[in-house]
Each structure stands twice: as C-alpha cells, then as structure tokens.
Design a protein around this ligand. Structure first.
Ligand code: ADP
Ligand code: MG
Length: 320
C-alpha cells in the first residue's frame, strides 16, 4: 500500500468531527481555533517498538497506548483534550496493521471527541509519535511546581499493575488470578482526564506517573523545592496485583514500576476529604499516600517506621 493510501485509511478510520477544526488532514497544515480565554496545552510522546511496548503488542493496543500516554500528560495539566497529530514510522506498508492501529487510537480518541488533524508517515523501524493539544484556563493549569510543605500527597487508582503486567509478559512474575487485568493495564492505560479536571484550582502540584512513583513525585519535589515522605503501607494495590505478586515483590513494582499513568498530586490536607469524595464519585478513587516536607528528596516509610532503601528511581533513557 502506498503512503497516501495509508493516510486515507487512517483518515477514514479516525474521523471525528469538531467545529474548532477549520482544516484537518489533507493540506500542508491544519487550521485550528483555540477557544478565547484558554491556554493551549501541548505535549508529545514517542513510543518505540521493543522499548516502550513489547514487540508482540497487538496493533490495536499500540494505537490506544500511543494516544493514552499523551492524554495522560494533558490530564496531569488539568487540560481538556481537543486535537492530535500522529507521526508514524512503519517498517512496511501493512494496511491490516495500520487499520487495527487506527481503530485502537480511535477507540480512545472517541471517548474525548479528540480529532486527529494531521501527521506524517515514513518508513523505518516501528515508532509512533503523537502530539496532543488541549485547553485549560492558564491560571488553573496543574503544574509540577507548587507543592508546599504540609501538603498531603495523593495518587489516583492503583500502582504497580503495569509493571507487573510487563513482568508477566516476560514470564518473570508468579502466575495467578488477575493476569489479564495486569497486562491490560500495561497495554491499554486509562488517561485520568476527568480526575485532572477535578483537580483544577485545588491541587497545588500534579504529575502523571509514567516512570514510577518515586521518580515522578521526585520531579514534583524538585520543581517545588520541597521533599516528600511516602507511607509504603498506604500505596493502593489492585486485587489483581495482590493476587499475582508475592508481598515482598510488590514494593519495587509500586515504587519504581512505570507505565501506570495515574495522577500523583498534592493538596492542602484541609480539602483532602472533599477531594477524595469527588474523585471517588468520578469513577477513579484516589488515595492519600504521604506528605510534603521541607527536606528535599523522596523517602519511603515502611510499616515499622524506618525508611525503605530505594534501589532505583524510575526508567531513564541514556543512563548507564
Ligand atoms: P506534506 O508533504 O505537505 O508534509 P504529507 O504528504 O506528509 O504532507 O501529508 C499529507 C496530509 O496527510 C497532511 O495533512 C498530513 O498532516 C496528513 N498526514 C500524513 N501522515 C499522517 C498520519 N500518520 N496521520 C494523520 N495525518 C497524516
Ligand atoms: Mg506540505
């Protein structure tokens, strides 16, 4: 299949209409209208086959995940998704693969009425770059900077599932019930858009957990010039994780495992109850897991009150 046929195929399968798209796929650039009074929130993420997803991941899931990891960044800013562009690098013009990929992308895009407005299609080792655009009133955007000593620290959903899913796929973890749910968390993450919107004007700082809790909370701490203490016993674990992973193997997955795409945020303790109630009603409950402190760095407290030694802090490219 030729490049333009592939583009037509993608355009046909990803057709979502929006009035603010004045010109979409087909010209040299898209023409888009940002609503008055809103800032444009823009974020890009690349997924490389074999690095960001296992090579045998189904194309539908690759399409879903390529968009999901980007929408997660918009969620972490408190932004409403609007548009995306898609740069696809494909080893060959496999129409069936592209169709399934586009269906996965659109399954998630449809949930947010997000329009695919352009992109690029090239030949090479499989890699997908998505850029998402969303709207947020600038004063309400959730930044990494802004956490204050005395804030409570929270996380949405559960932690460690995707890392356990990856271990299961690689055959390393103990087999048990809930395997499919853990693998689904790896392959089809859920961007916490609705939860990000609820945090507008309430959270002092926010980030999405893509590289692991300790690493990502560390980014909030660095940006805010504060530190954090996490209570290991408070970390939310799914029934699937509890069923598939032995107790002593759980902590590293929850602290350093990537790909969960939950939101980690801080807020004044005084609003914790109200915030947690609102989040629970939104369909994804959050959990209070610790506190912001003056002393820099992230420390994790075990049940006995002592600090846990942290082996590594998240996934970093280019590190030895
Ligand atoms: P140009 O050569 O002007 O950059 P292209 O031939 O690359 O244009 O693309 C033609 C049109 O198709 C453009 O509107 C571009 O945004 C769109 N497009 C190309 N590849 C993709 C893709 N993978 N997904 C969505 N739109 C795409
Ligand atoms: Mg052109």
């Amino acid at each position: 299949m030729a490049e333009f046929d592939l583009i037509d195929l993608i355009r046909a399968r990803c057709a979502i209409e929006r009035e603010d798209v004045h010109l979409g796929i087909g010209d040299d650039a898209a023409l888009l209208a940002v609503p008055a009074g809103q800032a444009l929130a823009v974020s890009t993420d690349t997924l490389v086959s074999g690095i960001h997803f296992p090579k045998d991941t189904a194309p539908f899931d690759v399409g879903w995940k390529a968009l999901a990891v980007n929408l997660s960044d918009l969620a972490a800013m408190g932004a409403t998704p609007a548009w995306a562009t898609l740069a696809l690098t494909l080893p060959d013009a496999d129409a069936q693969w592209v169709a399934a990929f586009a269906d996965g992308f659109t399954a998630l895009a449809g949930e947010f009425k997000l329009a695919l407005v352009g992109g690029d299609t090239t030949r090479g080792p499989l890699a997908i770059t998505v850029t998402v655009h969303g709207f947020v009133p600038e004063q309400l955007a959730l930044r990494r900077a802004g956490a204050q000593a005395g804030d409570a620290v929270f996380v949405t959903g559960t932690l460690g599932d995707a890392a356990a899913g990856l271990a299961l796929r690689q055959g390393a973890a103990r087999r048990g019930r809930g395997e499919d749910q853990l693998i689904a968390r790896l392959d089809r993450p859920t961007p916490r858009i609705a939860q990000g919107l609820l945090l507008r004007g309430r959270a002092h700082a926010c980030i999405d957990v893509s590289d692991g809790l300790v690493a990502d909370l560390g980014h909030i701490c660095t940006a805010s010039a504060v530190g954090a203490e996490i209570d290991l016993a408070m970390l939310p674990a799914s029934p699937a994780l509890l069923g598939c992973v032995a107790d002593e193997e759980r902590a590293p997955l929850q602290l350093a495992g990537g790909d969960d795409y939950e939101l980690c945020f801080t807020a004044a303790p005084a609003i914790a109850t109200e915030l947690l109630n609102d989040l629970a009603r939104s369909g994804c409950a959050a959990t209070r897991i610790g506190r912001i402190v003056v002393e820099p760095g992230v420390r994790v407290r075990a049940a006995d009150g002592g600090f846990v030694a942290l082996p590594r802090t998240g996934w970093q490219h280019f590190s030895a």
